[in-house]
Design a protein around this ligand. Structure first.
Ligand code: CP3
Length: 364
């Protein structure tokens, strides 16, 4: 590889993702660079959301904010960006005000012809690669850097709904009314995700995560029919392409929120992310052998320190019991992103509790 990055000093995340035993569970939280941090809100006052994503030194600055604040407590950085940069690369306009808004969503399959095809990922998303490379240098090996993308089904849903939606009525209409066109578009998105993820590893990402945030809206049959093929394509092609280009075969995590973990595990990722509705003991009992990530309810962080300590203890004990007494192959996290109203000191306490209660030899 052409980069010469500082050596990694904390590899807990990478070891847990590979299924190894670690002296304690590595911990990070989804959306850890975000609005609950005053230093993020301050920078955000003078910059639009997607301008930050497109400006590598700003994306780097925000990515390292939680690493600086929680030095020695947090075990990973995740590049500051958004899953919706992929629809932008496909030619769609997306604004953030305050949630995502597509100015011209897809309404029928005829609209697919308006999308860029093929997409030159290096050209359209090169700013993410540059941000990753700058962030690797800024991190100075303190913690590994996670790259990510949205899953085809979740991106497809945003491209059709034009924003967040409770029912996903429009996107689901496509699945049932235009199944073949839907599958073709889902696989087109999957191919872009492959190029995007490989480019992120080339730029310096040390673990990848695919966010299928809308997975739970599909029945098991429809998840299997419409989401799983793209997810499998991504993990298989990314691994093959990394091997062909002599790049490191980094671990890959799938967070399919709301989906059955046993079904998500069929995609073949190294780590399966769990939301807080799942009990890790049931997940392991159902035959899932992948590493696990998660899964405290983000709302626990509003409950005060007594609740945080009690619930982290409960979580650690559940993951330990799931594996017959060890915290092997577990990455501690929330079950979804941290929300804007959390007190940063309560997140610090969450990290401290994970260190204490996930340690080898901690009381069960
Ligand atoms: C569905 C989704 C999106 N984006 C993302 C997902 C998948 C994860 C999930 O389910 O939450 C992923 C994402 N978005 C962001 C990151 C950065 C890295 C991190 O710290 O985790 C990541 C990994 C920054 C962001 N993405 C967004 C913000 C807040 C925007 C702002 O600063 O105004 C941040 C910090 C905005 C965003 N972006 C998106 C929505 C629906 C919203 C608005 C609602 C919300 O804020 O949660 C799309």
């Amino acid at each position: 590889m052409s980069h010469d990055f500082p050596p990694l000093k904390n590899d807990l995340l990478l070891r847990a993702a590979r299924g190894e035993q670690t002296e304690r569970a590595p911990v990070w939280v989804m959306r850890q660079a975000g609005r609950y941090l005053p230093e993020f809100r301050k920078l955000r006052l003078s910059h639009e959301f997607f301008d930050i994503c497109r400006t590598p030194h700003l994306a780097t600055e925000i990515t390292v904010q939680p690493i600086r604040r929680y030095t020695g407590l947090v075990d990973a950085a995740i590049i500051f960006s958004d899953i919706l940069v992929v629809p932008q690369a496909m030619g769609m306009e997306v604004l953030m005000n305050p949630g995502p808004v597509f100015t011209d969503p897809l309404s029928t399959p005829a609209d697919i012809s308006k999308l860029n095809h093929p997409v030159d990922v290096d050209k359209e998303l090169g700013y993410v690669f540059e941000a990753i490379t700058q962030t690797r240098r800024a991190l100075d090996g303190e913690v590994p850097l996670i790259g990510f993308c949205g899953a085809p089904w979740t991106l497809f849903a945003y491209m059709i709904e034009g924003g967040s939606s409770k029912t996903l009525q429009k996107a689901k209409t496509w699945l049932f009314k235009y199944p073949e066109e839907s599958q073709a578009l889902l696989m087109r998105i999957a191919d872009i995700c492959v190029d995007f993820l490989v480019g992120q590893v080339k730029a310096g990402a040390q673990l990848l995560q695919v966010f299928d945030s809308n997975a739970g809206d599909l029945s098991p049959h429809d998840f299997t029919t419409f989401s799983l093929p793209g997810l499998q394509h991504i993990v298989n092609r990314v691994r093959a392409r990394l091997a062909d280009s002599s790049l490191p075969i980094v671990p890959i995590t799938l967070f399919a929120k709301g989906a059955s973990p046993a079904l998500a595990a069929r995609a073949g990722y190294d780590t399966v992310g769990l939301d807080w509705t799942q009990d890790p003991r049931d997940v392991v009992a159902s035959g899932v052998t992948a590493a696990l990530q998660g899964n405290l309810d983000p709302a626990v962080l509003y409950g005060g320190q007594e609740a945080i300590e009690r619930e982290v203890k409960r979580m650690c004990s559940a993951f330990r019991t799931a594996r017959g007494g060890s915290t092997r192959a577990w990455i501690a996290n929330l079950g979804h992103g941290i929300t804007p109203g959390v007190d940063p000191e309560d997140l610090r306490f969450f990290f401290e509790c994970v260190h204490k209660y996930s340690a080898e030899g901690a009381a069960p």
